[in-house]
Design a protein around this ligand. Structure first.
Ligand code: 13P
Ligand code: SF4
Length: 302
């Protein structure tokens, strides 16, 4: 059954000159058939670099939107358009406008986990891989507003020594991972190093040996000799880690850190998306141009 689906997907992806991009949290079978897997930054770069006509984006809505902002001439399709990111929806354009009014001299940095409408209102975009780098590039005397992730913001403040005005947003999945989980796992596996995503609460990142984006996790666990790791992020991450480093052992910090939205993409839905070339992601041109500026500023820094 699965092989049949994959055969059909392969015929159609060739016919439409389509590329399949999948985030590191997607279902294993989706990651396994993707042309490229990666973190938010890596996937946007793949989208920008590809000469495909169609991008099938297996991730959440803001990621597909970012691909559309970067590649307006390509058709960007999501296998399930209902796959949103709750954190991205924790700040609206109106709320951000009000916050900017309260701090008119501040520059605004926004995590890529945000809508295109939000990105269109900010000065810089950043990802979990480059937030401290982006913040460090802002002149010392500038006030900074950081939205929407207060935990990534807190971690970035610690890394850069810069004070920032934080929005009260967070990832509900990463918030499920508790410091008690890390302590329990450390007791169970005393040789293991802890690698955490910066979306985790500060009490968890404080206990981590490394704090990395999802692709950063794949890299660091290969670069160091240690054989065992406790992974504090969404559960889907265990698949690419185990696939890339079969000689190492990875333990999830928490068994309940799953992102239901990231699991909405399935092989069936990818096939339907390729058959119908929809649902297509669109971004109004004025918003796209403004959002692009904040993404380009990030790219020029990193
Ligand atoms: P990465 O950019 O590190 O892959 O993170 C995206 C995300 O949504 C994490 O929850
Ligand atoms: Fe959004 Fe969290 Fe899911 Fe990432 S894991 S897509 S931040 S809800």
């Amino acid at each position: 059954m699965q092989n049949e689906l994959i055969k059909k997907i392969n015929i159609l992806r060739k016919k439409h000159n389509a590329v399949i991009l999948a985030h590191n949290y997607q279902r294993p079978e989706v990651q396994d058939i993707a042309d490229f897997t990666g973190d938010s930054l890596g996937l946007s770069q793949q989208a920008a670099a590809t000469d495909a006509d169609v991008i099938i984006f297996c991730g959440v809505h803001f990621m597909a939107e970012t691909a559309k902002v970067l590649c307006p001439d390509k058709k960007v399709i999501m296998p399930d358009v209902n796959a949103g990111c709750p954190m991205a929806n924790m700040i609206t354009a109106r709320q951000l406008q009000n916050l900017k009014k309260q701090h008119p001299s501040a520059l605004v940095v926004c995590y890529v986990n945000s809508t295109a409408e939000t990105k269109a209102l900010v000065d810089y975009c950043c990802t979990s891989a480059n937030a401290p780098q982006v913040v460090k590039a802002i002149p010392e005397e500038s006030k900074i507003i950081f939205v929407p992730d207060k935990y990534l913001g807190t971690w970035t403040m610690k890394q850069t020594g810069r004070e920032m005005i934080l929005w009260d947003g967070y990832c509900p999945t990463h918030r499920r991972i508790l410091p008690e989980d890390i302590m329990r796992r450390k007791k169970e596996y005393p040789e293991a190093l802890v690698v955490a995503h910066p979306e985790c609460v500060p009490e968890v990142t404080y206990l981590a040996d490394y704090v990395k984006s999802t692709s950063g996790m794949l890299e660091i666990t290969g670069n160091i000799d240690n054989k065992e790791f406790i992974i504090a992020t969404e559960l889907g991450m265990l698949h690419p880690l185990r696939r890339k480093h079969p000689d190492k052992t990875f333990y999830p910090a928490s068994e309940i850190a799953d992102c239901p939205n990231m699991k909405l993409g399935t092989l069936e839905k990818i096939l339907w998306a390729l058959e119908d070339l929809q649902p297509e992601i669109t971004v109004p041109e004025d918003i796209r141009r403004k959002a692009l500026k904040s993404i380009e500023r990030m790219i020029s820094i990193t």
